[in-house]
Ligand binder design. Structure first.
Ligand SMILES: [Zn+2]
Ligand SMILES: [Zn+2]
Length: 428
């Protein structure tokens, strides 16, 4: 037997504790409670009023003939049907669809009432045959309403209609979008102030991936507009500019962040200690912060990694290194980090890599003007959708006091992770 929507609705009613047996005569055995109830009330009203009511028993529920001319509703066929046929049709509608119908005009609202609104708001669930699961009418109502609001998106996680997400240069965490994106969905450690910022969401990566060419190419792709960003945060002694871009390099989607620190005082040089004190962060693991983790059983005695601070120190002349944090404020480097530190001394120009995420960076210093330090960082999001997801998780910082060891991803929890090497657009 093919189950109809009507029978499904009957089931929902059956699950409700508010269902009352309606004594109205049933025209046929399967008529849903709503409809029977409505009819029963109507019939009772008619009986009570006798002849007087019969006089008002206007077959259609449209305005009277003298009003019809001005009412555009009379052109709609549905509203010109005899009342019992209209009732029969609407009796087949689920609360979500009936709510939408009730929102089309006052006329229909006055007939079908607001009962379906309450049903959509209730926590009661119904069996969705298409998905094969129990679900709320609220979850099916929102996408239906979304059809009439092309300027809004149906947001699955918070189940509301709200404006589509903005590019990372404009996206801001608001009260409305706070619960939209899960805990792993935002890179929010890049600098921010009320005038600018760069908040990358997983949705941005999904969107950017659509513009990637499938075939491998040796050429460096053109910048993906969505990922562009450029803003400056002003500090007391320096300006911090972040220039962001993203493009395809070989097969991979690669993000590039240029962190530029510019001394504002031309009479004195830019001190490295002023930069590291901000602090600067390239990825969840590479930061100049010397702050210790909140002490608890997971974080006992953990210190941040000092590789970024070390890379900044080696790039600038010794005279500017005054006040830099001592090495004992950081965790001792692991062998792969030690190797990088040693080769930086011998080669002069070094490309540093993070062992816990696909991040590479180099640091340049220029003494012109007030002095300028530039850290160029590249982050790979791999060549496939699967890798993008895997690498993204490595690039999202998670550090909360109540999280276990395995769920954290920060400078205190930077284990060596496997990722494919990636090419960068290092022109210099
Ligand atoms: Zn949302
Ligand atoms: Zn990292």
């Amino acid at each position: 037997m093919v189950e109809t929507r009507r029978t499904t609705r009957g089931n929902v009613q059956g699950r409700s504790k508010n269902v009352r047996a309606v004594q109205a005569p049933k025209t046929n055995g399967t008529a849903p409670t709503n409809q029977t109830k409505r009819k029963a009330i109507q019939e009772a009203a008619e009986k009570g009023k006798g002849k007087k009511r019969a006089k008002n028993n206007y077959l259609s529920y449209l305005p009277r003939s003298h009003e019809v001319g001005s009412d555009p509703n009379h052109n709609i066929r549905l509203l010109n049907l005899p009342r019992d046929i209209f009732d029969e049709i609407t009796s087949w509608l689920e609360p979500d669809a009936l709510t939408c119908l009730s929102l089309t005009c006052k006329e229909i609202l006055s007939i079908v009432g607001r009962e379906s609104w309450t049903e959509c708001r209730s926590k009661r669930q119904y069996w969705n045959q298409t998905n094969g699961s129990w679900t709320h009418f609220r979850y099916s109502l929102i996408p239906l309403l979304g059809r009439d609001t092309p300027h809004l998106i149906v947001c699955g996680p918070c189940m509301t209609l709200h404006p589509p997400f903005k590019p990372p240069r404009e996206h801001r965490k608001t009260k409305l979008t706070k619960s939209c994106f899960g805990q792993w969905s935002t890179i929010d450690y890049l600098p921010n102030d009320e005038l600018g910022g760069y908040n990358l969401l997983w949705e941005h990566i999904v969107e950017a991936r659509k513009s990637l060419a499938l075939e491998s190419t040796d050429k460096i792709g053109s910048p993906i507009e969505l990922l562009d960003g450029n803003f400056t945060v002003r500090h007391k002694r320096l300006n911090y500019t972040l220039i962001s871009s993203g493009r395809q390099i070989r097969k991979n989607l690669v993000l590039k962040h240029e962190h530029i620190f510019h001394g504002v005082d031309t009479r004195s040089s830019l001190r490295l200690a002023d930069i590291t004190a901000l602090p600067v962060r390239l990825c969840p693991h590479q930061t100049t912060s010397t702050q210790k983790s909140e002490p608890n059983c997971f974080t006992k005695g953990r210190l941040p990694s000092g590789l970024l601070t070390h890379s900044i120190t080696t790039a600038a002349p010794p005279s500017l290194r005054i006040g830099m944090p001592a090495p004992n404020m950081f965790s001792s480097p692991v062998s792969s980090e030690k190797k990088q530190m040693d080769s930086a001394v011998s080669s002069g120009k070094a490309l540093w890599t993070c062992r816990a995420c696909p991040t590479k960076w180099h640091v340049q210093h220029s003494g012109e003007g007030g002095g300028e330090l530039k850290i160029t960082a590249w982050h790979s999001l791999g060549d496939t959708a699967y890798r993008a997801q895997e690498y993204w998780k490595m690039l999202v910082r998670r550090e909360m006091w109540n999280l276990g060891d395995g769920k954290r991803n920060s400078e205190f929890f930077a284990g060596t992770r496997q990722y494919l090497d990636f090419a960068i657009d290092d022109e210099e």
